[in-house]
Design a protein around this ligand. Structure first.
Ligand SMILES: Cc1cc2nc3c(=O)[nH]c(=O)nc-3n(C[C@H](O)[C@H](O)[C@H](O)COP(=O)(O)O)c2cc1C
Length: 190
């Protein structure tokens, strides 16, 4: 392998949808992201990550269906910020690929839930680093109204929607917020 892992890790950015290009991403590339997601660590081999890939017409339908549902919910008095509803629709329409991130609990519940959510998060990081290596931008979106989307996303009992992973070519670089020094977060015991 000739990639520099340190560089990939530090170059990975949360690139907001408006900074991504609409240009289509090939299914081969999406498959590569998913394949690498599948190699995340997994306690007791529960492999709790599930994904739904929305592209083309299915993505537009998803955007329309969610917009309609949330607009109805607002009319019924649900406290959702209308601007966030519009922003979410814009994002789904803008990005070429939206991957629903779904956590599926081990049926026998042999592990604390957080072990499995951690595994799904590592699967997402695998996709994110792979996207970075391929020169793509990505973004993990977790709007507060996610729990209202279960029916539209056909989330099954034992599953939980953890957000949407957007992927696209980078139209404009988004600046890094940087990180505070690791030294302040570590205690060495020697
Ligand atoms: C679990 C998780 C959920 C996130 N959800 C959102 C989100 O809903 N909206 C958002 O702007 N960023 C979200 N982010 C991305 C962070 O905002 C982003 O990683 C942070 O700004 C640091 O930027 P960087 O990743 O480019 O270094 C999420 C990140 C994680 C790990």
């Amino acid at each position: 392998m000739n990639c520099n892992l340190n560089e990939i890790i530090k170059n990975r950015r949360a690139t907001p949808p408006r900074f991504l290009a609409k240009t289509e991403i090939s299914k081969e590339i999406i498959q590569q992201l998913l394949e690498n997601a599948n190699w995340a660590p997994t306690h007791k081999s529960t492999e709790p990550w599930r994904f739904k890939v929305y592209i083309g017409e299915s993505k537009q339908k998803l955007a329309n269906d969610i917009n309609l549902l949330l607009t109805q919910k607002v009319a019924e008095g649900e406290p959702i910020n209308s601007q966030k509803i519009d922003k979410f629709k814009d994002a789904l329409e803008r990005v070429p690929v939206a991957i629903a991130i779904i956590f599926e609990r081990d049926a026998a519940e042999r592990l604390p839930e957080w072990h499995e959510i951690a595994a799904v998060s590592m699967a997402v990081q695998n996709m994110w680093l792979t996207a970075t290596d391929l020169g793509l931008g990505a973004f993990w979106s977790t709007p507060e109204f996610l729990p209202l989307l279960n029916h539209i996303l056909e989330i099954q009992p034992g599953q939980k929607l953890l957000g949407f992973f957007y992927v696209g070519f980078i139209a404009m670089e988004y600046p890094s917020p940087g990180r505070r020094d690791i030294a302040a977060k570590v205690v060495w015991k020697e």
